[in-house]
Design a protein around this ligand. Sequence first.
Ligand code: 5GP
Ligand code: ZN
Length: 110
Amino acid sequence: MPNCIFCKIVLREIPSLIVAETDQVLVFKDINPKASIHDLIIPKKHISDIQSLSKQDGALMGEIILMAQQLARELSGSQSFRLVSNNGPAVQLVSHLHFHFLAGKNLPDF
Ligand code: 5GP
Ligand code: ZN
């Protein structure tokens, strides 16, 4: 999707600190972390938000959740984490579906 920041990160047109990657999913560090660990889990293909998902995206969504599980497994110490997805113009700054993986110290309230 032209002019989508996260599509440009997938294409390496914008630099990011990549944490993990599969064929369909990319994980990179949030540029403005709200906790000591703050990663963004995204589908590589452009999907605007949860409302735009269809039945065919079920396996992709499963892969995203399993990626959160993998990130938690790799944490040292506590495996507690928060998975947050802001949806819609009132709360979502980037219109490419993403899940905030928040863990470690200074976890924000929600
Ligand atoms: P939301 O859309 O859920 O409100 O938040 C979008 C998130 O993307 C924010 O936490 C923001 O810091 C992050 N973000 C925005 N632009 C960039 C970028 O260019 N690189 C990275 N790594 N994160 C970004
Ligand atoms: Zn996009």
